[in-house]
Design a protein around this ligand. Sequence first.
Ligand code: VGL
Length: 192
Amino acid sequence: MNISSTDALIILDVQNDFCPGGTMPVLNGELVAARLTLVAKKFIQKKASVFATQEWHPKDHSSFLSANGQWPDHCIQFTSGADFHESLQLPVESNIVRKGSNKDIDAYSGFVDSQLRELLLEKKIARLFIGGIATDTCVLNTVIDAINFGYSTHVLTDAVAAYDVEPGDGDRALHLMHFNDAELIRSDDLSN
Ligand code: VGL
C-alpha cells in the first residue's frame, strides 16, 4: 500500500503505565512501541501525518479504582506513567493529542475528550492507519468511531496489544473491527 499526504497514522496511548512495569501493562507493549517508531518514520518520509494520543488523567479520574472506577490509577498528568514509552521515538513532525483530562468522562476512544477530530479535519486527512494500546479498549473504540466519521480505516495488527482481561478479548475486538469494515493489515503491507 502506498502512503500519501492525506493519510494519517494514529498511535494510541503507547505510555509507560500501559507497558511492562506500568500500573496496567499489556503483554508486548514495548514491542508495539518499537514497531510504531518505524511506521511513524515511514509516514513522515511519505509526507503523511502522525498523531500520538496520550491519556492525561487528573489524579481523581472517575475510571480509577480509587474513585470506584474499573482500572488501577494510570496516566496521571505530569507523572512518568503518562510519558510515552522510551521505545516509541516520535518524529518531531508528530502531533501529540492529549485525552481524558476531564475527570468525569470515562472514554476509550481517541476521539472523545480530545482535539483529534478537529486536527484530522484541519489537515484534510482521508485515510487512517491505527496502532497502539490496547486492542480491546482504546483501539477498538477509536476504530469504530473513525469508521462512523467516514474514514477509510486500517488497523496495523502487528502494532497493537491487548489486555485480554478475558482470554481472546483482543482477537474478538479485531473481528469486530473487521466486521465493521476496518481493514486489517500488517505494517509491512505499507510500501517503502
Ligand atoms: C485504556 C483502559 C483504560 C487504553 C485506557 O488506552 O486502552 N484502556 N484506560
